[in-house]
Design a binder for this molecule. Structure first.
Ligand SMILES: O=C(O)CCC(=O)C(=O)O
Ligand SMILES: [Fe+2]
Length: 685
């Protein structure tokens, strides 16, 4: 885990660095264009500014040496080391400075050691009052007479021309290290993100002359095309792309990158969520799930990819939905879209045909051929669809001829949706009920609800007398109860921490072979924890005895399960049915008599536990546990306990299962001969 996260971090750092480089390149190219325009349209004043820069660099180098020497000299001549003051922020251009708050500061060469350079340069002298006066540096700056510096060749205030250029340097710097009145180091902003570059570029483009009449801008422009550009050149020649790919390739041995199969799995999960929670395609594409905006939307290209994945799975229903969405998005995106209308139309037409609407498929194919008249597949499909329509028309003619109803309107060979009467819950398939239960659309009849109770339970156990269990009945026959506050946050943290490194894709038991295998109807990660590994695990396991009045001596280890987005477990029984002869055989402890399901997280949306035969939905609440017997008192499996974990729509779901087995419960839950449930008032859970 540590390795993975550190690799992720370094990968990200690398990505960021690459972004910076690319943005710098882009920005430099923009500035290069600007410079070209400048060189062909500039006034002599601007041109002088450019010349000044090259001169200044020499001067600045010279000055740097001086300052450095002076600092050393100071140190030598005074027994005391020179006092360095670190200057604060000089608010010469308030708005600009604020917008540059994210700039990084890079030390640059220092300015004149002999004449304190004015910090207020050129046209901005009148903003002197905005200088921060509190710091030593600011005082220093304020004392310095403002000096318009429009051309460096022109000496001002008796100063040598070389200092004039240095003002530009200094006034654009934010942090100064000073010795007395001398600046030793100035840290100047170096925009590292494209927004900053772009903002400046836009500003410059609005009025190039005006932009460059500002000495700082003039300086920055030249600087970017000299020193910064050199850096960019270096980065380009370093072959960043190759290094980046090499970095990723190296990481591949440690990091498992997603494969095409993973992409398909992710697409299928999204479709599952869409179906289960009846999500509108357009809403999902906008990043809205059940009315909550979670993310930025999907592009036409993203929708197209979802459609393509569905198509590859033979899921034409979702292909049509997502290709249609891709088409709508594409029209919104106009110029900057990554998909083409003919591509979408091709998928759309064929999937529409596969869904039975041949007329619509033909009209889409015609639309495609209008755009690409030579499209070979579309030409073939058109002929095929036309033939199909013809065949259907002939067939229906024949039929009408047989029953003598020639005059009736020919039926449209397109796919027709027949209106259906609403089914009652009992008429629904298990799948339909499951999805409705997951959405919370099946309400428990009041006649059942009114029998359900909440109570404190102590069962005569001294420990529980001090801290009774908070029991809430969720259903009576079979009895399903929820216990509140039975697992504590620190225990949950321990369990999560210990389980995470052991997580594997959850498995199910092959009912014929008894072998464990992965299956698409159970998508989650799971790990097993043993009692002796941590006192929290022991405590959580032992609490199961209090809740069930059964023994955990023959129980399975604690199974920790985490469901990510779309993670689910379709309807199943926890017990082994008669035909599953090999299930739990190796344990030698009999069947799974009871389940205790701890909820170790809340789930933002989705993730319910639903009982599809009794129409009960339980909603995960951190700290609670659901408890039920899987076996009737006579040892038969209770088929009414069939249940499922609904797909997680948003958030993450954590649960822990404790499965108790038959052996060892003989005196705690004695068998009955009849096929009956336990007496609900027998004092047990
Ligand atoms: O996660 C749930 O809500 C149910 C889990 C479950 O049924 C199981 O793991 O057997
Ligand atoms: Fe289960």
């Amino acid at each position: 885990m540590g390795i993975i996260s550190s690799l992720y971090t370094s990968g990200r750092r690398y990505t960021l660095r690459r972004c910076v480089i690319y943005s710098q390149i882009r920005a430099h190219v923009s500035f290069f264009e600007l410079l070209t325009r400048l060189l062909y349209s500039s006034s002599s004043e601007n041109a002088a500014g450019v010349n000044c820069e090259s001169k200044k660099q020499v001067d600045a180098q010279h000055s740097t040496q001086h300052v450095h020497d002076e600092a050393i000299q100071n140190r030598r001549s005074n027994s005391q080391p020179p006092s360095y003051a670190v200057g604060g922020i000089v608010r010469v251009w308030t708005e600009k400075n604020e917008s540059r708050a994210r700039h990084t500061y890079k030390p640059i060469s220092v300015c004149t050691p002999y004449h304190p350079p004015p910090l207020v340069a050129g046209a901005h002298a009148e903003r002197e009052t905005e200088i921060e006066r509190s710091s030593e540096l600011a005082n220093f700056a304020v004392r310095t007479p403002p000096s318009p510096c429009t051309a460096c060749t022109e000496p001002r205030h008796g100063q040598a021309s070389k200092h004039c250029c240095c003002r530009v340097y200094v006034s654009n710097c934010r942090l100064f290290v000073m010795s007395g009145k001398h600046i030793l180091f100035a840290f100047c902003p170096m925009p590292e993100n494209v927004e900053d570059y772009m903002r400046e570029h836009e500003e410059a483009s609005r009025n190039i002359q005006q932009y460059l009449s500002n000495p700082i801008n003039a300086y920055l422009l030249v600087k970017r095309l000299t020193t910064d550009w050199r850096r960019v050149e270096e980065l380009i020649t370093e072959d960043v792309g190759k290094a980046f790919v090499a970095n990723i390739t190296n990481s591949r041995s440690d990091l498992k990158f997603p494969t095409e199969e993973d992409l398909n799995g992710a697409a299928v999960a999204l479709m599952r969520l869409q179906d289960t929670y009846k999500l509108e395609t357009a809403q999902v594409a906008r990043g809205v799930l059940n009315g909550v905006q979670y993310s930025t939307g999907l592009s036409a290209g993203d929708c197209f990819e979802l459609g393509r994945q569905s198509y590859n799975n033979g899921d034409y229903y979702h292909t049509v939905l997502w290709m249609q969405e891709a088409m709508d998005r594409m029209q919104e995106e106009q110029n900057h879209t990554s998909v083409s209308k003919p591509d979408i139309l091709e998928y759309l037409a064929f999937s529409t045909y596969m869904q039975g609407n041949v007329v619509r498929a033909l009209s889409m194919t015609n639309e495609l051929l209008d755009i690409v008249p030579t499209h070979q597949r579309a030409l073939g499909n058109r002929a095929y669809y036309q033939e199909e329509i013809q065949k259907k028309t002939n067939e229906s003619r024949k039929k009408r001829g047989e029953d003598g109803s020639e005059d009736s309107v020919p039926p449209n060979p397109s796919f027709t949706v027949t209106e259906k009467r609403m089914k009652s819950v009992s008429e629904m398939t298990e799948r339909e009920r499951y999805e409705m239960l997951c959405r919370g659309d099946i309400k428990m009849p009041l006649s059942i609800q009114k029998e359900l109770r909440c109570r404190y339970v102590d069962r005569g156990i001294p420990y529980l007398k001090i801290g009774p269990l908070k029991e809430e009945e969720a259903y009576l026959e079979p009895r399903i109860v929820i216990y509140h506050d039975v697992i504590y946050d620190d225990e949950i943290e321990t369990i999560k921490r210990m389980a995470q490194p052991r997580f594997r894709r959850a498995t199910v038991q092959n009912y014929k072979t008894g072998e464990l295998e992965i299956a698409n109807y159970r998508i989650s990660k799971s790990a097993w924890l043993q009692e002796h590994e941590h006192h929290h695990i022991r405590a959580v396991s032992q609490r199961v005895e209090l809740m069930t009045s059964l023994s955990i001596d023959t129980a399975e280890e604690l199974q920790v399960v985490n469901y990510g987005i779309g993670g689910h477990y379709e309807p199943h029984f926890d017990f082994a049915r008669r035909e599953e002869k090999n299930a739990f055989k190796s344990l030698g402890t009999g069947n799974r008599i009871s389940t205790v399901l701890y909820y170790m997280s809340d789930v933002e949306q989705g993730g319910g536990t639903v009982f599809t035969r009794i129409n009960v939905s339980l909603w995960p609440k951190k700290g609670t546990a659901a408890v039920w017997h899987n076996l009737k008192p006579n040892g038969e499996g209770d088929y009414m306990t069939r249940h499922a974990a609904c797909p997680v729509l948003t958030g993450s779901k954590w649960v822990a299962n404790k499965w108790l087995h038959e052996r060892g419960q003989e005196f705690l839950r004695p068998c009955t001969l009849e096929n009956q449930s336990a007496d609900v008032d027998d004092g047990r859970y």
